[in-house]
Ligand binder design. Structure first.
Ligand code: NAP
Ligand code: GCO
Length: 269
């Protein structure tokens, strides 16, 4: 038993860069890959959060390399990746996780807000992947995981920019696959459902009615935990997924499989 697990999921000697990983899903993904042996590089845009997160990673026995750069800034990304290559090693696993959301109805959303979401959630994964992929192609090996969303396939009132970005990211993932899979890169997405992080606190806490919607629309009957996403990332970052490509793995407790149900319908005691 142990041999096949180690053979398939051991990330020793791999360098994994996770963007936006000082908390939330990014941290959970980074911790999971770190526990599988990867050397972890944590990116964020906040010096304070980068400093604070080290202690959090240390609680799990992980000494992470932290690096501040704005994922939307090509020069900053180029300098950041160069620093990683010089100080840690070439990036073997890229997790494009950094992202924002703005919940504003289309008619009320300033174009600048729409563009900011597109820049961070869609253009930035392209910027970082374009900087990292050439080295992976040269080495004929690499894993890229783009953090998509249920909103890669669903719209929802008030999240137009986010859904447009995440829908685009799903097909950008497909196009990266079309162009780079032949060089033994595996490029996939993860589509989390509703996960309990700071990004969803506003619609989950304080008796917000959206919480009820999530609880009834999610067959598993719970919010996801960041670790649920980390577990899926380990699969897509490992040898176990070497023939999985251009795929978005939804980690959503069954939401996308479910049109909906009447509360209590056919429940078993
Ligand atoms: P989060 O708590 O808001 O974390 C997002 C991270 O991205 C933060 O660390 C943030 O840094 C960082 N970031 C934002 N802009 C950046 C920039 N320009 N450069 C570098 N880092 C930047 O969100 P989350 O819930 O963990 O979500 C992580 C990813 O999963 C996002 O892509 C999100 O769209 C996606 N997702 C989340 C859910 C969910 O239900 N939570 C579901 C589906 C998909 P600061 O904190 O310093 O600003
Ligand atoms: C929202 C939520 C969602 C989740 C996630 C769902 O306002 O609907 O924030 O967008 O973050 O993307 O998959």
């Amino acid at each position: 038993m142990e041999n096949i697990i180690k053979e398939l999921f051991d990330l020793s000697n791999k360098v994994a860069l996770i963007t936006g990983a000082t908390h939330g899903i990014g941290m959970a993904v980074a911790k999971t890959l770190g526990k599988a042996g990867a050397k972890i590089v944590v990116n964020d845009i906040s010096d304070e959060k980068l400093t604070a997160c080290k202690a959090e990673y240390k609680k799990d026995g992980l000494d992470v390399y932290t690096l501040k750069f704005d994922v939307t800034n090509e020069d900053a990304v180029d300098k950041g990746i160069t620093e990683i290559e010089q100080n840690v090693g070439p990036v073997d696993i890229l997790i494009n996780n950094a992202g924002i959301i703005k919940r504003i109805p289309i008619l009320d959303m300033p174009l600048s807000d729409f563009k900011q979401v597109i820049d961070i959630d869609l253009i930035a994964p392209l910027i970082v992947a374009k900087r990292v992929a050439p080295g992976m192609i040269k080495r004929r090996s690499g894993k890229i995981i783009n953090m998509c969303s249920m909103m890669s396939v669903y719209g929802r009132n008030s999240v137009s920019a986010y859904a447009a970005a995440k829908g685009g990211l799903k097909l950008l993932t497909a196009n990266m696959t079309c162009e780079w899979a032949k060089y033994n890169l595996q490029i996939n997405g993860i589509g989390p459902g509703y996960i309990a992080t700071s990004q969803t606190a506003a619609i989950r806490e304080g008796g917000h009615p959206f919480n009820d919607l999530v609880m009834t629309r999610t067959p598993a009957g719970r919010w996801g935990e960041p670790e649920d996403v980390g577990n899926a990332a380990l699969f897509l970052a490992s040898k176990a997924s070497d023939f999985v490509n251009g795929h978005v793995l939804y980690v959503d407790g069954g939401i996308l499989a479910n049109f909906g149900y009447v509360k209590g319908e056919n429940d078993i005691d």
